[in-house]
Design a protein around this ligand. Sequence first.
Ligand code: 3PY
Length: 255
Amino acid sequence: IITERGEYKMADKKLIGTFFETASSAVIECLGRTGMDYVIIDTEHGYFTEDSVVDYIRSAENVGILPYVRIGDFRRPYVLRMADIGARGLIIPNIKTPEQVKEIVSYAKFAPIGDRGFCPTRISGWGADQWAADNNNYMEECNRRLKVIPQCETKEAFENIEEIASIEGVDGIFIGPCDLSISLGVPLQFDSPVLLDAIEKILNTCKKYGKESYIFCGDRETAAVRLEQGFDAVACGLDASVLTAAYKDIVESLR
Ligand code: 3PY
């Protein structure tokens, strides 16, 4: 099943998502009951292997959440596999240069944007012909459906943000405030003007190049501020942290 949820223009609706670390399809099913728009299956920091990602993607599809994957490996076979099993967004952590991003775009997008390899795969229903007939143009449709979203979380990426955001095939930029703050020399100081100015500049650069703007937020209050500021999407918390905090709250209130 390929759900159509999330198929709106970015101006119509802001996206709310979270990071998936728990390696449990049941958690994705729970997230699906919340009205959440997307989930980031985290193969950078999550402790599961890439073999299990397809099951998490299936669970997300079943409950109508867009499955994004934060890739832990930038090499072609890995990027292609995530694309072919049905990731709807590739979040690319820790990049520094436009060249790195261009290479990943070339693996993830079909010509004329990149040179993604063609094969009937899960995402094509194991045969591209019918899908192409239903969708006008299979490759164009794949390019539209799979978003390439580099993270801006290093000083170097921040310095190169104009060039990175302007790359054809880059659909959005995802700010990682934790790593960005460390890289900018103000570690985890979330109210530092250095970090706040950088965030503002990245947001404005996204708007300038018509790219979606995403940001990680540790809590609901920060997420509300970011949406008000003009971000298109927030990733609020990590499933494991939210679960821990919710139970901690219950336990503490009962002790
Ligand atoms: C960061 O804030 O550094 C992230 O990548 C979000 O987890």
